[in-house]
Ligand binder design. Structure first.
Ligand code: MG
Length: 383
């Protein structure tokens, strides 16, 4: 089955009452729970359309946050089941499409688990991930004493994602009317439909209480890679000045084949260095007419794709500029936020520093500008 036949709904419209705060915004290993949940689906199904269902009052803010990431943001309803239906309507899948429904509070799902639940749903119509129950299970009386020990060999914990052929969901919803159900698998099984149980990684937990964050953080790899980039361009009167993808009006520009954004060239080389992919000159030779006057953001984006292909994403970037002119401080905030945007980071994960060379050397003589970048990469899977 091709990925074009899959669509994803991430449900993030709950109220976090048991957590006592915004659990989806809580950070796990450097990223929010929700970003990780969406990222897990993206890593598993990179080409599938994805609808994120949020609380109606967060709709505009979330649309802005996900604007550049091909995420369709829809408003949730009063109950989880309404939110799922809103996400479904936003996607409008054909009956044969496998719709994957994932809980926004589950930041860790191996891509292989997603693939297996999708395959089972394509085959059987409905499937969910499950994990074994490892503790002995007791049924209690109202007075708090134990009535019985429940055999656990046929018990399982329900995880997400759950996956359904869209036609199966449509039929189940039509037959259910306005009844209440805890999840779509429960609805299908109550109507007598078969739901395949696919064994999944038991570490795929739903963040419910604050202490769950510590548990789930332990599932993410701590591996990092570091890359450095260095670039130099001569100052050239009459050229526009670009630094970090921002044009600095009224400043002396830099000479170069592209827009000569020395900062983005250093960042590009740092990313390429960290993932072992050579240097900017190899990928974008100055002899190539295609790159004449090119916006250097292109080079960074290409390096990000190469990093992603190798399984990495940027975790942080630290940039130092050596320049007598221009003065960086008035532009620092704009450069930081633009660079963060290009790297798909928050500004807190990007730092920009600048120094003069106290009048010494070619920088001191205002002949050129130097940029030094350090980039750390973290594993892209599950992130
Ligand atoms: Mg350069």
């Amino acid at each position: 089955m091709s990925e074009a036949d899959v669509a994803v709904i991430v449900v993030a419209a709950g109220s976090s009452t048991r957590f006592g705060g915004d659990k989806l915004g809580a950070r796990v290993a450097g990223r929010s729970v929700l970003e990780r949940a969406v990222g897990a689906m993206r890593a598993a199904l990179p080409a599938a359309p994805l609808a994120l269902v949020v609380r109606p009052e967060q709709l505009e803010a979330e649309r802005a946050r996900w604007r550049d990431r091909q995420v369709l943001v829809a408003a949730g309803g009063a109950r989880r089941q309404d939110s799922v239906q809103n996400g479904f309507s936003a996607l409008g899948p054909g009956d044969g499409t496998v719709v994957v429904i994932h809980d926004g509070a589950r930041p860790f799902v191996p891509a292989d688990d997603v693939a297996r639940v999708v395959a089972a749903a394509a085959d059987r119509g409905a499937a969910i991930l499950v994990a074994p129950v490892v503790d002995t299970v007791k049924r209690l009386r109202a007075d708090g004493t134990i009535e019985a020990t429940v055999p656990r060999d046929r018990l399982a914990r329900a995880l997400t994602p759950q996956a359904f052929r869209a036609g199966v969901l449509r039929a189940a919803w039509a037959a259910a009317g306005d009844a209440h159900w805890t999840d779509e698998a429960a609805l299908v099984e109550r109507q007598g439909g078969a739901v395949a149980a696919v064994p999944g990684d038991p570490r795929n937990i739903k963040v419910t209480h604050p202490e769950d964050l510590t548990i789930v953080a332990g599932t993410f790899e701590r591996r990092t890679r570091v890359g450095q980039g260095l670039d130099v361009h001569p100052l050239a009167p009459g050229r526009p000045l670009w630094l970090c993808g921002v044009e600095l009006p009224g400043e002396v520009g830099l000479a170069g084949h592209s827009d000569a954004d020395v900062a983005l060239h250093a960042v590009t080389d740092a990313i390429l260095g960290a993932c072992g992919a050579g240097d900017i000159g190899e990928h974008f030779p100055p002899s190539d007419e295609r790159w004449r006057g090119a916006a250097s953001e292109l080079f960074v984006r290409h390096a990000l794709v190469l990093a992603a292909t190798a399984g990495w994403r940027v975790a942080a970037c630290d940039l130092t500029l050596l320049a007598e002119t221009p003065r960086i401080s008035p532009h620092r905030a704009a450069m930081r936020s633009r660079l963060a945007e290009i790297l798909d980071l928050t500004p807190e994960d990007v730092n920009i520093k600048a120094t003069t060379c106290e009048g010494m050397g070619f920088v001191g003589r205002r002949e050129g500008v130097v940029a030094l970048a350090l980039v750390t990469l973290e594993p892209a899977v599950h992130s």
